[in-house]
Design a protein around this ligand. Structure first.
Ligand SMILES: [Mg+2]
Length: 248
């Protein structure tokens, strides 16, 4: 039996140092024995992921999915999986997306390192987010762009090609590795993780400290394959793994 463990980083795996340490220790022992492929799936760019690695003790993953599912890097590599990148080109025009978004005063561009070939990112305040997202979405569609808007953490708005998101990138990795949905466990805490939880039979763990946007979606879209942990951060992941029979 093989397992694919896909976890978000900020406020899911990372956030409680002691719990992360425990999980790392147990994973180090069990990873080979239980045939666990470890994948990090983060909204961060590769640059920002490397910054996090300086402050958080993260085990080297087998694969890194960065920039909200738009970039896949094999273990330790700087080189994108080009098969995945090529699938995202369709109806994507980054310059045009930025030009349209620039018409919205409420969208504040995030730092340059977070603007990626297949991701354009802004800050957007929570109170006006639903209205701005609806208007922006209509404007992008009118321009013939095939995009999706993902709002996360009550502040981050990412515009991605329609084919990209954390869930689609995970499905691509499942296909490459030949690991089926019932052996796949995804963990997350916020809006950009919803895509990780939509695949019919994928197992999902929502950590106890999850954001309201994810908890709301979870309550509206229940699934017997998704576990809402009581424990927070990495301790929530451990609790969920135990629930799904992968006790570490
Ligand atoms: Mg997170």
């Amino acid at each position: 039996m093989q397992w694919l463990l896909v976890t978000d980083l900020d406020n899911t795996l990372v956030g409680d140092e002691a719990a992360l340490h425990t999980l790392n220790q147990r994973l180090t022992v069990a990873r080979a024995e239980k045939h666990i492929t470890l994948v990090y799936s983060t909204g961060r760019s590769l640059t920002s992921y490397r910054q996090l690695c300086k402050t958080a003790s993260l085990l080297p993953p087998d694969l890194l999915i960065a920039s909200v599912g738009t970039e896949i890097y094999p273990q330790g590599s700087d080189h994108l999986d080009t098969t995945w990148a090529n699938q995202l080109q369709h109806q994507w025009d980054q310059a045009l997306v930025q030009q349209i978004a620039a018409q919205f005063d409420s969208l504040v561009p995030q730092v340059e390192t977070e603007q990626r070939p297949f991701k354009v990112s802004y800050f957007l305040s929570k109170a006006i987010a639903p209205q701005v997202i609806a208007e922006l979405s209509a404007a992008l569609e009118q321009a013939g762009l095939s995009t999706q808007l993902i709002y996360s953490g009550g502040q981050d708005l990412d515009i991605l090609p329609k084919a990209a998101n954390k869930g689609n990138a995970m499905a691509f990795v499942q296909g490459q590795l030949g690991i089926a949905a019932p052996q796949t466990i995804a963990c997350g805490d916020s809006g950009n993780d919803i895509a990780l939880f939509t695949g019919a039979e994928n197992r999902g763990i929502i950590v106890g400290n999850a954001q309201p946007e994810l908890l709301h979606w979870h309550s509206q879209t229940p699934s017997p394959y998704r576990y809402l942990a009581r424990a927070t951060y990495a301790a929530g992941i451990l609790e969920g793994l135990h629930y799904f029979g992968v006790g570490l």
